[in-house]
Every structure is written in structure tokens, then in C-alpha cells.
Design a protein around this ligand. Structure first.
Ligand SMILES: [Zn+2]
Ligand SMILES: [Zn+2]
Length: 354
């Protein structure tokens, strides 16, 4: 296979992630999924459950295998496992040995048992969800009043594209706030504690992550849910397919962006879409690269707000991560649970006494 076509191997994990997003998006979907599966099998509930579990648990391993395969195939000329394999780099990240493996499994545990997050955040996660709920209802009622009658497929398609662009802008705003507000940085610093990009570095996430910045997304996430429900009930599947593709694409690129895989888009595409390598610059330890490339999907926001750094800077990356961060000085179990609270309380004390 020619090197320039190697990216085609990502079609399989993309397809799987797309199916996963498609079937887990909103309340309409369990019925829809049962219908789809029932049409082909005749026994909806068990097959539907098995289908769900298979997709859910196969996406990440398949993605990791694909990235590794890509790295092997891409570097077959001058093969050097130490330098090219993301998985091999797990050994070299500073801090506790194989910390990324710890964080990966802790992340899976958080997803499977959200009660652990409630426990580790001393109930703050539940408290913030309860505060957000009445605000969600308010937005829901507000939008319901003026959302147009979606009698045309093209109107709903344009609306979902605008929704995706706004979601991406909110992602940019959230990420920039996490770097600019010291209290938020205390938490986001954990994500930047990886000193090697190892695929699993993406899973460096705290239970407190997003709790303070989640309200930024409330207006757009309520709108998205409402729009998808309305379009589905009007019989238009295209907005849901488009949105699922967006979710599948961004989550796949996110995983590639945190590995050693250097995928740079052709120049014309790279002008519009963030190629995964641009996130490597965001994680670079070179001060010239600090606070750059906050975007996730399109380049517009970084370009417009003056934080864009292009691929020509990649050669100036010498190391990754934050030097001497406390998150690398303790056991991963302490680093994800109590350390964030210690850091936050110190920060609040500092603000209080200044
Ligand atoms: Zn960041
Ligand atoms: Zn990152």
C-alpha cells in the first residue's frame, strides 16, 4: 500500500465509532436501534444488548491496534520501535512507571461506575448536575418557542452544521479558559502531565474534569438534543448521521493526536481542519508553543483569536508536558483523587489572602 493511502486503515475504527455515537445519542435511539436490529434478527432485546456491548468495548482496542499498525507500516523503511511506537513510549513517560496504563483503566472504571466519581468529588459532580438541570429546562423551553418547523431536510442540515461549528467554538473557549484561569489550570495541568505522547495519554482525565466548565456547553448541548429529536420525529435522519460522524471523527482524531502518529493533512484540507499533529504542538514543552492550538475540529477559531501554530513548528518540539508537575510525583491513585483538591484549596487560599 502506498504511504499516502495508509490513512485508509482508519476507516474501520471510524465506522465503529460512528455506529457507537449513532446509537447512543438520544432517547429516540434505543427504539430506533431495536427496530434496526429486529429487522435483521427477529430477537431485538438480547441481540441489541450484545450488539451494543460489542461496539462499546471493541472501539478503543481496535483504535489502539490500528494506530499501532499505522505506526509500524509508516515507519517500515527505517524501523525503530523505540522511536516510532506510541505503546513503547509508555515506559518512558515521567512519573510512576506505566502511569498512562493506570490512568487508562481508572478512566474505564469512572465510565462504568459513575458512583466512584461522585465519591471522589465529595458529591460535587452530582451537585453541579442538579444545578444544571433547571437551567437545561429553561433553555429547552426557550428554544422550543422559536425553533422553526423542520419541514425541510436542507433546513435541518444547515442547522446541524451551525450547531457543530458552535460546539467547536465552545470547545475552544473551554480549553482556553482551562489554560488561562489558574483554578481551572490546576485541573487541566493533569492532562498536560504526560511527558510522552503514548495513545493512552488521552485518558489522563480527572473526576473533577469539566465540572466547572460544563455550563459553557449547556446552551448548545440542549439545542443539539432538541434539534436531533425534532429532526428525527420529522423523519430526517441526515442531521443525526452528520452529528454522529462529527463525534466519531473528533474522538478518533483526539486519540491519534495523543499518540506518536504524525498525520498531517494535505495543505488545502489542513487550512480548514485541525490535523492531529497540531495537538502535539499544544502539548509541547517549548515555551514558544504554550497556549497555542486550543481547537479541536476546525482551524478557524485558533486563527481568528491568534492562537494558531502550523505544522512547520513541529521540528521545534524537543519534549512534551509540564516540567516538575506535582501530578508526576505521586502514585496515580493519589494523583487522580486527592491531589487536585490539595491544589485547588492552595489556590483558593492564595487568592483569599492576596
Ligand atoms: Zn490544554
Ligand atoms: Zn491533549
Amino acid at each position: 500500500m502506498k504511504k499516502s493511502y495508509l490513512w485508509l486503515i482508519f476507516i474501520i475504527p471510524f465506522g465503529l465509532t460512528f455506529i457507537k455515537s449513532f446509537f447512543s445519542l438520544n432517547s429516540f435511539l434505543p427504539t430506533l436501534q431495536d427496530e434496526l436490529v429486529a429487522n435483521t434478527s427477529g430477537n431485538s432485546s438480547f441481540i441489541s444488548y450484545a450488539f451494543n456491548s460489542l461496539i462499546k468495548f471493541s472501539v478503543i482496542p481496535i483504535m489502539i491496534c490500528t494506530i499501532t499498525l499505522y505506526e509500524i507500516l509508516f515507519s517500515n523503511i527505517n524501523f525503530n520501535f523505540e522511536k516510532t511506537l506510541s505503546l513503547k513510549k509508555l515506559r518512558f513517560s515521567k512519573g510512576k512507571n506505566f502511569a498512562d496504563i493506570w490512568y487508562f483503566f481508572i478512566n474505564i472504571l469512572f465510565n462504568q461506575f459513575p458512583i466512584i466519581i461522585t465519591f471522589l468529588t465529595f458529591g460535587i459532580s452530582n451537585f453541579s448536575q442538579n444545578i444544571n438541570k433547571p437551567i437545561e429546562v429553561l433553555f429547552n423551553n426557550f428554544y422550543s418557542g422559536f425553533l422553526p418547523n423542520l419541514e425541510s431536510g436542507s433546513k435541518s442540515f444547515i442547522l446541524i452544521i451551525l450547531t457543530i461549528l458552535l460546539t467547536d467554538l465552545m470547545n475552544y473557549a473551554r480549553h482556553r479558559l482551562e489554560h488561562k484561569v489558574p483554578l481551572f489550570w490546576d485541573l487541566h495541568e493533569f492532562h498536560h502531565s504526560a511527558t510522552e505522547m503514548t495513545i493512552l495519554s488521552r485518558y489522563r482525565g480527572l473526576p473533577l474534569d469539566g465540572i466547572f466548565t460544563a455550563p459553557i456547553f449547556l446552551p448548545i448541548s440542549v439545542f443539539t438534543g432538541l434539534l436531533l429529536n425534532l429532526t428525527l420525529s420529522s423523519g430526517f435522519l441526515l442531521p443525526l448521521i452528520t452529528y454522529s460522524m462529527y463525534l466519531a471523527y473528533t474522538s478518533m482524531v483526539d486519540l491519534i493526536a495523543h499518540s506518536s502518529t504524525k498525520i498531517i493533512y494535505p495543505r488545502q484540507i489542513s487550512k480548514i481542519f485541525m490535523s492531529p499533529t497540531l495537538h502535539l504542538l499544544h502539548h509541547s514543552a517549548n515555551p514558544e508553543h504554550f497556549d497555542k492550538n486550543f481547537g479541536q475540529f476546525i482551524t478557524l477559531w485558533d486563527k481568528f483569536f491568534g492562537t494558531y501554530l502550523d505544522e512547520s513548528n513541529l521540528k521545534n518540539i524537543k519534549e512534551f508536558g509540564v516540567k516538575n508537575t506535582q501530578y508526576n510525583k505521586y502514585h496515580p491513585l493519589y494523583a487522580v483523587s486527592l491531589l487536585p483538591f490539595t491544589k485547588i484549596s492552595k489556590r483558593i487560599k492564595k487568592i483569599w489572602t492576596s
